[in-house]
Design a protein around this ligand. Structure first.
Ligand code: WT7
Length: 655
């Protein structure tokens, strides 16, 4: 960060009214955590969570890195998100404002959401689901989706939401890995005016093998897509809940009881089932919603993420509800019926806190610059007071536009760095405290011991880049990889750091003067495309699984103005290298194949064909060279270890 970078200080009046009302308050919290780490988290866990049986011990490190938090306490997440608000007098307050793809609005109060949740919970029990069972949820953004997650939590079943954009194959993999007893889905999802089937994809997944654990498929009716119902296995949700009581005693679970599994990509192998706890997770969901978004009783909060991702879990299903907030749940897409949809929804619903991804902002900037009618200036966005960004670095130009045109120059932007594994925010500004510098996620959340180290685990000085780690366990951290504790240890607590530090997988640098963090990107083979995380190996496996065509494939990322990163695949076919139209046709076949294996989000943007890939004499693919070619850069690296230098020219040709 150079001296000429602008600093945006909190507006004094807004800051004074904030939960964390200045840097002194922030520093006092950091100090409190430093002086008495367990005391700090224990205090907050008592203040933010209602426990059935209070915990007596905050942190158990005896089986590190398998840490346990609030171990002997019991609670229920849905009680904390629903009943408790009603007991506080918020029963008639709107919990969710649901806006459908076509614009219809449905609101539910806390009382109504609780009744719905209880009916689904009772229905699940009647279908044989009980504490400890896993339930896969494959459904679009809806009140039913949120209520289904809450219903699982209510009866102690562990949910695993699979994003509606994943293919039958990906869904199958997740069903098999979780060993789920039931699936909750819908006939279809509605996006951009189209009804896209969901139940048919579930049917296909269940024919792919390995899904014998599934006993029931519960189907919500959303549209009018025809579905086939298998006798004895498939049931309509309306029939499941019909006649069920609107009351259901919560199952009081231990704090460490797995609330959910959520699959995410790693650098090797198949996606990993990140296991989250109930107590520690819920604490951080509530706490970060309170401090990072400064959520208050009269706010209207809108997180645009899908419940299929962790952002939707923490900042739709759990955090805002745990605080008794009012939130928007949006079914559709930002560009339908036009690219003014977000701005219109903020205006119509008087949204005060808005949380979205840089990729969405970048694509809406393009649309707004081409057409005044979808520019934020054509809408009344005066209700906004805080903006958030998540999922990937936000480039300073997009930050400035978001700040000026969406936030009217008055709303702080919280650039929140975190991961599926961290459960909630790790490094982020607090809106009433932190001076903002575009492009930096600023400082660690109070209590989070983020640091930058070298390969040996030694701290690097400010101003020097390194590896982002977290030095102490925190309540909402990943507990294990479902069914694979060894992979958990290897991925997150590697021996390089003597198993002491949590390895985020990102590189970072702290500003020499301010100590502010900037995330410099993944240091493993994980790509971030439109804020979606994907392993290069997964995409390579999908490509080579097209056995009739593909001999070999290597996938790398390259920078992209809109999606952040784009997927670039280098492919060697079993037949001769195609060019021209034929290359285009085969590229389309391969893209569709990847779409079918993983989902449309994994389709490579560029596919380049070669007679071979650049390899060392020992046969290792030289990915750094592929990265340069993908970017269209001249190769300046040392290529002396390369077996077949001529291949570089061939791959660099535009084909
Ligand atoms: C990876 C985690 C966080 C929930 C959604 C994505 C990147 C995330 C930021 C940010 C720079 C960011 C990192 C991280 N990332 N937020 N504010 N600035 N990079 O969760 O799919 O688990 O991906 O997203 O590379 O490791 P995820």
């Amino acid at each position: 960060m150079s001296d000429d970078l602008k600093v945006y200080n909190p507006n004094p009046a807004a800051a004074a009214a904030a939960h964390i009302n200045g840097m002194a308050a922030y520093e006092a919290l950091c100090k409190e955590a430093e002086t008495d780490y367990e005391g700090f988290w224990g205090r907050l866990a008592k203040e933010l969570i209602t426990w059935k049986k209070p915990f007596t011990k905050v942190l158990n490190e005896s089986e590190a890195p398998f840490f346990k938090w609030f171990e002997d306490g019991t609670l229920n997440a849905s009680y904390n998100c629903l009943d408790r608000n009603i007991e506080r007098g918020l029963g008639d307050k709107t919990a969710i404002i649901f806006e459908a793809d076509g614009g219809e609005v449905t609101k539910v109060t806390y009382k109504e959401l609780l009744a719905k949740t209880c009916q689904i919970a009772n229905g699940l029990k009647a279908q044989g689901v009980k504490k400890g069972d896993r339930v896969v949820i494959y459904i679009a953004m809806s009140i039913d989706g949120v209520a289904a997650m809450q219903a699982c939590a209510r009866i102690g079943a562990t949910h695993s939401v699979v994003f509606g954009g994943f293919s039958a194959q990906s869904l199958r993999d997740r069903i098999e890995d979780t060993g789920a007893k039931a699936i909750i889905t819908a006939d279809c999802q509605v996006r951009g005016g189209k009804q896209l089937p969901l139940k048919a994809i579930v049917d296909e997944a269940l024919t792919l093998g390995g899904c014998d654990s599934i006993q029931k498929v519960l189907v919500v009716k959303r549209g009018d897509v025809a579905v086939t119902m298998k006798d004895g296995r498939d049931v309509w949700m309306a029939d499941v809940v019909s006649g069920q009581s609107t009351e259901c005693e919560p199952e009081w679970v231990e704090a460490e009881h797995p609330l959910f599994l959520l699959y995410t990509s790693g650098s090797t192998g198949k996606p990993k089932g990140v296991q989250h706890s109930t107590g520690g997770y819920l604490l951080h969901a509530a706490l970060t919603t309170k401090w990072t978004f400064d959520l208050k009783q009269d706010d209207v909060f809108w997180c645009t993420a899908d419940i299929g991702w962790v952002t939707g879990h923490t900042y739709i299903t759990y955090g805002p509800l745990a605080l008794g907030g009012t939130e928007i749940v949006f079914e559709g897409v930002p560009t339908y019926p036009d690219a003014g949809r977000f701005w219109k929804m903020i205006q119509d619903n008087k949204v005060s806190i808005f949380y979205t991804a840089p990729t969405a902002i970048r694509s809406l900037i393009k649309a707004a610059e081409a057409n005044d009618a979808v520019h934020p200036k054509s809408f009344n966005l005066s209700s906004l007071r805080i903006l958030g960004s998540v999922g990937e670095p936000i480039n300073p130009a997009a930050w400035e536009w978001y700040h000026q045109h969406v936030g009217g120059g008055r709303c702080p932007i919280v650039d929140t760095f975190w991961q599926t594994e961290t459960g909630g925010h790790m490094i982020t500004p607090l809106p009433g405290a932190t001076p903002l510098i575009p492009g930096s996620c600023t400082l660690p959340f109070p209590g989070i011991q983020a640091a930058i180290v070298d390969e040996t685990g030694k701290d690097v000085p400010w101003g020097q880049g390194g590896i982002l780690v977290v030095k102490r366990p925190w309540p909402s951290m990943i507990r294990t990889i479902w069914g694979d504790p060894e992979r958990f240890k290897k991925s997150y607590y590697p021996e390089d750091f003597k198993g002491k530090y949590y390895l985020a997988g990102d590189g970072a640098i702290r500003d020499e003067k301010t100590g502010y963090f900037t995330i410099t990107g993944r240091i493993d083979d994980v790509l971030n495309v439109s804020g979606h995380r994907m392993g290069t190996m997964e995409i390579e496996s999908a490509l080579v699984s097209c056995t009739e065509l593909v001999a070999e494939a290597a996938v790398v990322g390259r920078p992209d103005d809109t999606t952040g990163e784009a997927i670039c695949a280098f492919v060697v076919l079993k037949r001769s290298r195609p060019t021209g139209d034929e290359a285009k046709q085969i590229a389309k076949i391969l893209r569709d194949h990847v779409g079918k294996e993983i989902g449309p989000i994994a389709k490579p943007k560029d596919i380049r064909f070669g007679d071979n890939l650049p390899k060392t004499r020992s046969g290792k693919i030289m990915r750094r060279l592929l990265r340069s070619i993908a970017k269209g850069e001249a190769i300046t690296q040392d290529t002396s270890t390369l077996e077949n230098p001529a291949i570089l020219d061939q791959l660099s040709e535009n084909n």
